[in-house]
Ligand binder design. Structure first.
Ligand SMILES: [Zn+2]
Length: 338
C-alpha cells in the first residue's frame, strides 16, 4: 500500500508500505478520506513536538471495513466507517466510557509515532474504536466527524443560555464549533477572525464574522448583537484571543478554552474575579461525544459540505502540506483522498 511518510520536519514523501493485517480484536479499514488537521501541520513543521520523522500521521478518517481479526463477527466487510482515534486499554473501555480523553494511558492514532495511521491506504484499528457511518452519509463527511467531535465536546462543556455566542478563531476548529453551536440550537453565533477568506467561509456557515483588526472585539459584539455574548469559545488559545472572549461576554458568563496556540497565557485576571466569569478547559472528546457528533453531522449534510475547502489525491499531499504550512490561504478543511 501507499502511505504518506514524514521523512523529516518540513518534508513528506509517498512511500510503499507492507499491507497491514488485523490481529485479534482488530479491524482493517480501507481508507477513503483523511483530513489534514492543524496539529498535523504543526507536527509537519516540528512546531508542536507531537510528531516525529519516520511517522505516518492521520487521525480524521473514513473508509470501509476490509477485514476482521480473530474473534470478531462484525462490522461486515464493506461497511462504511469512521475511526475514533482515542484508544484506551481494552480492559478500561467500559469503566472510562464518557471520559476516555482523561485516561492517563490513552494513545491517539495519528499521534503515536510507532503506529502507521490514516494517511495510508489501509489502517488497522481496535474494533471498539470503529464507528459505522449512519445510512446515507457520504464517506467524505465521515472524515469530518473527528473535528466535529472536538467541537461537540467543547460546546457540551458550557451551559448555553439564549443569546449571542462568540467564537474566537475561524479556522477549521472554529468553523466546527460554529456548526456544533448551531446543531445545539444557538441562533446567533459571532466569530472573530483576521483572515478575510475565512470570514467569508464563516458567513456561508451562517455566522456573523468580525475582524479583530477593525477594533475591539467586545465593542463589535455589542454593536452587532445589541448585548454582550452570553458565552464564548476560544478556538485559538493565545492571550489576546482569550482576553477578547472574556471582555466580550456578560458578567457571570463562562468561556471555554479549546485552542492550544501557546503553552502559557497572560490573563486579565479581574475580568474573571470581579466579573465572576468562569474559564473551562476542553480537550478532544469522549466516545459519547464522538457518537453524538456522528449523528448530528449526518443530520446536517449542508454544514458538512461547507466545512470542506478541497480534496487532493495522495500524490499531491506532500505539496499540500508544504503550502498549508507556508500559510497558504485555505479557509477550511483539506481532505486527502486515499
Ligand atoms: Zn485533529
Amino acid at each position: 500500500m501507499w502511505a504518506l511518510l514524514l521523512v523529516e520536519f518540513g518534508r513528506m514523501e509517498v512511500r510503499e508500505y507492507p499491507d497491514p493485517e488485523p490481529g485479534p480484536g482488530e479491524v482493517l479499514v480501507e481508507v477513503a478520506f483523511t483530513g489534514i488537521c492543524g496539529t498535523d501541520i504543526h507536527g509537519f513543521t516540528g512546531q508542536n513536538g507531537r510528531r516525529v520523522p519516520g511517522q505516518v500521521m492521520g487521525h480524521e478518517t473514513s473508509g470501509r471495513v476490509a477485514a476482521l481479526g480473530d474473534g470478531l463477527t462484525g462490522p461486515a466487510v464493506g461497511t462504511p466507517v469512521t475511526v475514533n482515534p482515542v484508544v484506551v486499554p481494552a480492559g478500561d473501555a467500559d469503566q472510562w466510557r464518557g471520559r476516555e480523553q482523561q485516561h492517563p494511558g490513552k494513545w491517539v492514532l495519528g499521534v503515536r509515532p510507532d503506529v502507521v495511521a490514516a494517511f495510508a491506504q489501509r489502517v488497522v484499528v481496535p474494533a471498539r474504536n470503529v464507528v459505522p457511518l449512519p445510512d446515507g452519509m457520504p464517506l467524505a463527511h465521515g472524515a469530518l466527524i473527528e473535528p466535529m467531535a472536538v467541537a461537540t465536546h467543547a460546546v457540551g462543556r458550557l451551559a448555553l443560555p439564549d443569546g449571542p455566542v462568540l467564537v474566537a478563531g475561524g479556522g477549521p476548529i472554529g468553523q466546527s464549533v460554529v456548526v456544533a453551536l448551531q446543531q445545539a440550537g444557538a441562533t446567533s453565533v459571532l466569530v472573530s477572525e483576521p483572515a478575510a477568506t475565512r470570514r467569508e467561509a464563516l458567513e456561508r456557515l451562517g455566522a456573523i464574522a468580525i475582524d479583530p483588526g477593525a477594533g475591539s472585539v467586545a465593542e463589535q459584539v455589542r454593536d452587532l448583537a445589541g448585548v454582550p455574548a452570553v458565552a464564548a469559545f476560544d478556538a485559538v488559545g493565545n492571550s489576546a484571543s482569550l482576553a477578547g472572549c472574556l471582555t466580550a461576554t456578560r458578567p457571570g458568563a463562562s468561556v471555554c478554552l479549546v485552542g492550544m496556540a501557546t503553552p502559557t497565557l497572560d490573563l486579565p485576571s479581574f475580568e474573571i474575579s470581579a466579573q465572576e466569569r468562569s474559564l473551562v478547559g476542553s480537550f478532544a472528546y469522549s466516545s459519547v461525544d464522538f457518537g453524538l457528533a456522528t449523528q448530528r453531522l449526518a443530520a446536517t449534510p449542508a454544514s458538512a459540505d461547507a466545512l470542506v475547502s478541497r480534496t487532493v489525491p495522495l500524490a499531491e499531499a506532500p505539496d499540500t502540506f508544504r503550502s498549508l504550512a507556508a500559510g497558504n490561504d485555505t479557509p477550511g478543511k483539506v481532505l486527502v483522498a486515499l
